[in-house]
Design a binder for this molecule. Sequence first.
Ligand SMILES: [Mg+2]
Length: 360
Amino acid sequence: VIPERLEVYRYKLALLEHVRVGHDTRTSHPGLLVCVVDEHGRRGWGDIAPLMGYSSETLPEAEDVLKATWPRLLGLRLPDDGTCIQAVQLALAAAPASVRFGFETALAGIAAQAQDVPLYRLWQGTAPSTLPIAGLLQGPLESVVPEALRLKETGFVAVKLKVGAATPAEDAARVREVSLALGPSVELRLDANRAWSLADAVRFGELVQGVPLAFIEEPVAQPLDIPEFHGKSGLNVALDETLGEGPFEDWIQLAGIAAVVIKPTVLGGIVAAGRVAEAARRTGLRIIVSSAYESGVGLMALGHIAAALGTEGTAAGLGTYRWIDGDVVSPKPPLDQPMWRLDRLSMQQFRVDRGMMLDV
Ligand SMILES: [Mg+2]
């Protein structure tokens, strides 16, 4: 594979309802699509969509770096298998996470065409081609309970509910109602996005005693409070934001950690995500590959990465598509479904809708 040409497009997707990201509310998510064309005319697509409040780079910064990075990739002779992304690490060394993710995805997409396999098979020859997805629930009690019932009826085996925007008592009441709606057959996960002090988080933990919960992501503002939270509440904790701050090898050893939520767009692409997944696997943690409101281009790639890196049988955290209005590809891929067929989710099966986009 020799990258010979680059196309870049700008897009902006509206979010269906006001989506909370950390402490802020978002109504849209802008991003860039890159298309790398190799010497045989094969096209590989990547999505570069840093999420404000999560990513350390802004979109304009990502755009500047992607233009500066392309000359380092241009003309490189790369392996036409899964190692092509290792081969570009030096060229991508100065690039922020979202840019790495976009370029790695584009190049891996070309290698998958060269090998004539679905993307995930570049790295994982034995994983099944179906991937269970966790539904994503957010919003007030009146809307989350009917939505929880809908997700259950649609066949979701896991659901994640966002908490932390209300008081611990109000959130605990929502959690109880959603748990009752889902019943024992659907795994319930929570995500507090660091909203609580240790005292509030412990209070919440007391109020949800007896509710079957898989884990709660980032319950406290200070990650060093996690062991005490776990000790007092008994709840298992998953790391998300914390993985991007300092040495993840140390964070995953904290008492109470049961899972890692890996966002390749935020953590630095496929190779960086693979390093976190490998360390988590050695520590016996569940691995949940997760999205950050990317377009269908990024989300499809994340499905393949989840199959390659995730804990088999664990629903991937890719339930963000239902919160996005429209897409940059058509026909609209079935990414709001509870089970993805990865062999049907390659960019060759979709058209990029250029009417949605501006050339850069
Ligand atoms: Mg999270």
